[in-house]
Design a protein around this ligand. Structure first.
Ligand SMILES: C[S@@+](CC[C@H](N)C(=O)[O-])C[C@H]1O[C@@H](n2cnc3c(N)ncnc32)[C@H](O)[C@@H]1O
Length: 266
């Protein structure tokens, strides 16, 4: 059993332990003690009833993009999750797709994560790699990935989810640029927070209240990095992305034809 710090536990509680629908992931979740997050979950400032749906939608969208890319690529592919933390996305994908190689990159917790996975899925070693590196140093990330078996000539899908807010704008840009310059076939999924003026006022207020509420308890930085649509477009141009799409979560939810209760404004 691994006892998670409050911040990681809270995210996994919002997500729900049945989200990754595979027996390996269920066994993985059963080894996690999320009790540190439960206390925070019950705080008054977190009483927006749809937070779990918002978190799940984000993850569903990331997986839909991965699926779309995999259909386009149609040959063995590498998945790199930057700032993977304890999220079992790469475990889920590699244990359900035999032609994928996964790389979980993080500055912390990977030793513990690998141990949990080795307990329940001993054959992970063929497909899943754990790379401890600081993403604010992209050279270090690239070198360590290559040492772990990443082949920059083969197609790669890079996922930046739940990470961009903790890096500066320049660090985010350097990281993406470095991957683009290294890799011949690259697909990037970059999740970011919008600047407040681009969100609907009620959601801006909810987001701000939640952030202010959890900031001290979770020891989050004073300010988190947000991007405007223009800044994201500029990064896409800077890294010469051949094609790019910028979507907001509310559009994605509607596109999913879900009963979009989360993002109604009234
Ligand atoms: C909120 S978690 C996101 C986990 C997962 N990607 C998800 O979306 O559920 C953020 C993760 O980023 C990692 N992280 C933050 N700064 C980092 C850095 N400079 N280098 C590598 N990892 C970092 C943290 O250790 C943590 O595991």
């Amino acid at each position: 059993m691994l006892t998670l710090p409050a911040t990681s536990a809270l995210v996994l509680l919002w997500l729900g332990k049945d989200f990754y629908n595979s027996s390996v992931c269920t066994k993985y979740f059963n080894q996690l003690d999320l009790s540190a997050g439960e206390e925070i979950l019950n705080q008054k400032y977190l009483n927006w009833p749809h937070f779990d749906q918002a978190m799940q939608s984000r993850k569903i969208i990331v997986q839909l993009f991965i699926k779309e890319f995999l259909e386009k690529i149609n040959r063995p592919t590498q998945i790199i999750s930057l700032g993977a933390g304890l999220d079992p996305l790469c475990l889920y994908l590699t244990s359900t797709h035999s032609n994928l190689i996964g790389f979980d990159v993080d500055i912390a917790n990977l030793f513990e994560k690998e141990k949990l996975i080795s307990n329940i899925y001993p054959k992970y070693k063929k497909q899943l790699n754990f790379v401890q590196a600081n993403v604010s140093n992209p050279d270090e990330v690239i070198i360590k990935l290559q040492k772990s078996g990443w082949d920059k000539k083969n197609p790669s899908i890079v996922i930046v989810e739940g990470l961009s807010y903790y890096l500066t704008k320049q660090q985010n840009k350097n990281l993406l640029s470095r991957f683009k310059s290294e890799t011949s076939k690259l697909y990037i999924i970059f999740e970011y927070l919008k600047i407040c003026t681009e969100t609907n006022p009620p959601f801006d207020q909810i987001g701000t209240e939640i952030f202010e509420g959890v900031k001290n308890q979770l020891q989050l930085p004073e300010d988190i990095t947000r991007f405007s649509r223009e800044e994201i477009q500029a990064i896409a141009q800077h890294i010469n992305a051949n094609k790019h799409k910028i979507l907001c979560l509310s559009e994605c939810c509607s596109a999913l034809k879900q009963n979009n209760k989360i993002y109604q404004t009234k």
